[in-house]
Design a protein around this ligand. Structure first.
Ligand code: NDP
Length: 611
């Protein structure tokens, strides 16, 4: 909420050449030849990790046999925001089909103890002004965000016609009825004129393919399917049933960092199996100041999102205050201070800028490492917790209780970096570094399918467009879209996500921009009596070419990072570095938004063939 936010104090007594070498060694140590194939799909064998909904009991229902205008697949931010904009555009017959028992997506599924947003909620939570809602603090609790998702559903009438606890299995375009035919695990036959793919990015939990994972006879679950019957308590903690349990936590990403303080407090013993440490800064989670709220003018949220984007994604925003002013924007601020200290900042070359940023990066990371030394008593544990990679190689975290939890006598950090992960799971425990740890319960905070093939991420058995063309085949050698949202051969189908679009640092802002555009096209098609829309070959080829030419290649940065989903597990397994951001439109998110707006303002649906 502050406007006078400057650079931070970071150590200058560092040896960059030595650190560069250390970063390289830490990366090499973790690189696995299996790449992303080291992970298992949850599927039938592991249905309790993915398919089964712990939050809503399964209730039998009659199958649905219906003709509708729009089916939106997914009820998280991607689907909700598209649904909201469809309603705003006057499209009434909208049906969100959702695997969970309610709206919310990640905020529906993820209810683990301590869940909070790691991005400032004033930027992250969409439609705050439209719904006249102000989050209670800078980093809102998951429950508050989930409630906001439901409020979006209510506000825009999206509960009417929503189809929950239902998984789409098969999606086919049928030329004779000029509709998409949607089959589900409930035996539904839904015929929709338009289909929007809104399954989001964190919809499929993934499991490490650790040998013996099927042999464990204790209790296991994934963090996004929290089992409170087993642990007791709720998302605010109080996991009293763990008082006599030895618990293993696998994963120290954003989820693991939030979990550790709660598990450490309540479990008889907690073993944290860490392959790569996260960066963990102070949280400074302040309550929303009502006086600040009174000062906000209409349009404030979009302005704040833009400011955050500039200070993170674009590197810095000279001449603008850093409105968010937290650990996400620190590197931008520190770099900006260096730039402003140059004799002539306007004469700076891109190479000079990258050089200054890299130096500041080493200093920020060193600050974070020294913070660990100050907070963690045991020097070996402190050393193991230190992240040796560049800022934004992994998603940065902030948490005031994470590091001190390792000072508790009932908490043990097990560094499994040398073995590239946990070695083996037995009937009674976990083997790591040649030692077996007996545990009652294993919790996998092992993340989600983010960079795997779309067939895994959508997990819809068949998606067939015109003439039986499979989407999975059509995109096997690369995405082919117009504006990332439509694809030739797939009439009346719309895509959301990170495919050939301009990308914002704020995930929900991406979905809002795309939802608005998709809603426009569908509303226009309906009002103009158009039956099908689909990009022309020429328009699609043109957009693919634009992406190719404008694409800013970050693979050099990604290739030097420790493996993780940001860099497709470091490109191990011959799969190559593939950024989790897909193939972005180079000029950026706001240029993309302007381009779409100009396209809509022209009103001729340029590049779309219509019948
Ligand atoms: P991540 O993919 O970030 O982390 C998975 C963790 O599991 C990593 O620490 C990984 O280690 C570890 N792991 C995987 N396989 C093994 C193995 N075989 N042995 C030991 N460890 C293993 O998942 P998260 O759920 O933490 O986060 C995913 C994303 O979800 C975040 O990046 C963020 O975008 C979002 N999120 C947002 C939150 C928020 O805003 N509040 C909270 C939580 C998540 P390694 O790093 O070595 O691969």
């Amino acid at each position: 909420m502050t406007n006078d936010c400057g650079p931070t104090d970071t150590p200058t007594d560092i040896d960059i050449a030595a650190l560069r070498e250390k970063y390289r060694a830490e990366r090499e140590k973790r690189l696995r030849t299996e790449g992303s194939r080291q992970y298992l799909q949850t599927g039938e064998q592991f249905s309790a990790f993915g398919e089964v909904d712990p939050h809503t009991p399964y209730v039998e229902r009659d199958s649905i046999d219906v003709d509708i205008d729009v089916a939106v697949l997914g009820g998280g931010f991607a689907g909700l925001l598209t649904g909201a904009y469809l309603k705003k555009a006057g499209v009434e017959d909208v049906h969100i089909i959702e695997m969970g028992g309610d709206f919310g997506g990640v905020w529906y599924w993820n209810r683990y103890p301590g869940i909070q947003c790691d991005n400032e909620s004033y930027c992250y939570i969409p439609l705050l002004e439209e719904l006249d809602f102000m989050p209670s603090k800078k980093f809102a609790d998951g429950a508050e965000i989930w409630q906001h998702c439901r409020n979006i559903g209510k506000h825009y009438g999206l509960y009417d016609g929503a189809i929950f606890s239902t998984q789409v299995k098969d999606l086919r375009w049928e030329d004779d009825i000029q509709r998409w035919r949607i089959s589900t695990n409930r035996g539904d036959d839904i015929r929709a004129r338009f289909v929007v793919m809104g399954s989001g990015s964190f919809n499929r939990p993934k499991l490490p393919g650790i040998p013996g994972i099927k042999d464990f006879e204790g209790h296991m679950f994934h963090s996004s399917r929290w089992d409170y019957d087993y642990t007791g308590g709720d998302s605010s903690g109080g996991l009293h049933k763990l008082a006599d349990k030895k618990v293993a936590l696998i994963g120290t990403g954003a989820t693991g960092v939030q979990l550790v303080p709660y598990l450490g407090r309540d479990a008889q013993h907690l073993y944290v199996f860490q392959r790569t440490p996260s960066t963990v800064d102070e949280r400074n989670n302040i309550a929303t100041d009502p006086e600040w709220v009174k000062t906000l003018q209409p349009g404030w949220q979009k302005e704040r999102q833009r400011n955050f984007h500039a200070w993170t994604f674009e590197g810095m925003a000279l001449g603008q205050p850093d409105l968010v002013c937290d650990f996400w924007t620190e590197l931008g601020r520190n770099t900006a201070a260096r730039v402003l200290a140059l004799p002539d900042p306007t004469a700076m070359t891109p190479e000079q800028f990258m050089g200054l940023r890299e130096e500041e990066d080493y200093k920020v990371m060193e600050r974070l490492r020294r913070r660990i030394e100050a907070l963690v008593e045991d020097p070996d544990t402190a050393e193991a917790l230190k992240p040796y990679y560049r800022f934004l190689c992994k998603r940065p975290c902030s948490n005031d209780d994470y590091l001190p939890t390792f000072n508790r006598p009932n908490v043990t950090l097990v560094d499994v970096s040398e073995a590239k992960g946990v070695e083996r799971i037995t009937a009674t425990g976990i083997v790591a570094n040649g030692r077996e740890y007996d545990v009652d319960c294993i919790i996998f905070a092992s993340g989600f399918e983010i960079t795997t093939e779309i067939s895994r991420r959508y997990s819809i058995d068949t998606i067939k467009g015109r003439d039986g063309l499979s989407l999975y085949d059509a995109w096997a050698d690369g995405y082919k879209t117009l504006h990332g949202m439509t694809s030739r051969g797939f009439p009346n189908q719309f895509f959301t996500g990170f495919t050939q679009v301009g990308i914002s640092a704020n995930i929900a802002a991406n979905y809002e921009l795309q939802g608005e555009h998709i809603a426009y096209v569908i509303a226009e098609a309906l009002s103009r009596g158009i039956t099908t829309v689909e990009p022309s070959r020429q328009a699609q080829d043109g957009w693919c070419q634009t992406i190719k030419e404008s694409y800013i290649d970050t693979s050099a940065f990604d290739a030097e990072c420790t493996p993780g989903y940001y860099n497709n597990e470091g490109g191990g397994g011959g799969e190559g570095i593939r950024s989790h951001l897909g193939e972005p439109y180079g000029p950026g998110f706001y240029a993309f938004g302007d381009l779409l707006k100009r396209w809509r303002d022209k009103g001729d649906l340029e590049g779309l063939e219509t019948t």
